[in-house]
Design a protein around this ligand. Sequence first.
Ligand code: NAG
Length: 284
Amino acid sequence: MDLFSLVCVLYITFISVCLAIIFLADSDVLTFISAHFGKAPEGEYDGKVVWVTGASSGIGEALAKELARCNAKLVLSARRKEELERVKTECRGINPSLKDDDVLVLPLDMVDLESHEPSLKKILNQFGKLDVLNGGGQFGIVSSAAGKVGVPNSGTYTASKHALHGYFEGLRMETYGQNIDITMLCPGPVFSGVLQNACTSKPGEKVNQQQLPTDKKMTAERCAYLCLVAMANRLNESWMSPLPVIPFLYLNAYQPYLASKIGKLMGKQTFQKIRDNRDTLKKD
Ligand SMILES: *[C@@H]1O[C@H](CO)[C@@H](O)[C@H](O)[C@H]1NC(C)=O
């Protein structure tokens, strides 16, 4: 075989493997490779102090538990103190070597800006350091597939997730060379309380939908594991979702024109079904 043919064969093999991962795995290619050949979260977060916001439910709760398994010291924040205490108890159940003061329950309302600094002081008082979320440390930002593409009938959600990318890509540039890693985590549909609490077009009204075990979604545990793999391997961005979100995100990133044509053919209902992964919301 001459050199040219060899290069062609290698290239075609490479593309085929990438395509296979894109269509068969539940994450993007780099996250898949990191999960199989990269650093394991267990080694990376052992003994580290990690502040988890939104830790009272959903992906945040699952992240806290996965970190407990990795033997990290935890700061759990959200608005509901009782729920945080429950998560703390469950974390210590998962990893009995975590002592009472290895897990700090720190109720916090993110929009109460005044409370941020006193909260950080409390953490530094208890642990003397903060490894994930602070200067010379690491940020893991829970964005969404909706931070990468538009999702119909989720305007404010899509807008706020896109805003996270703008904010943290800016911060990434500001902090070049300061030993700060930022990982944007973009899950597709995940089992969580989001459908219960999501707003409708009427002010104050909530969707109040229970998710069903038959829904085609990723579990919060799997999502949390992949998030920690991405963070342990210092990936800048990571996507995790069941089909067909990952191939669509790739198409949108590399062939936006084709993606918009396909999006138009698929129609708004199809996107909404992918978001909810079932037909119950079809009537509206
Ligand atoms: C990730 O971000 C860092 C800056 O924080 C940059 O140096 C690096 O090239 C980026 N990696 C990729 C794969 O884009």
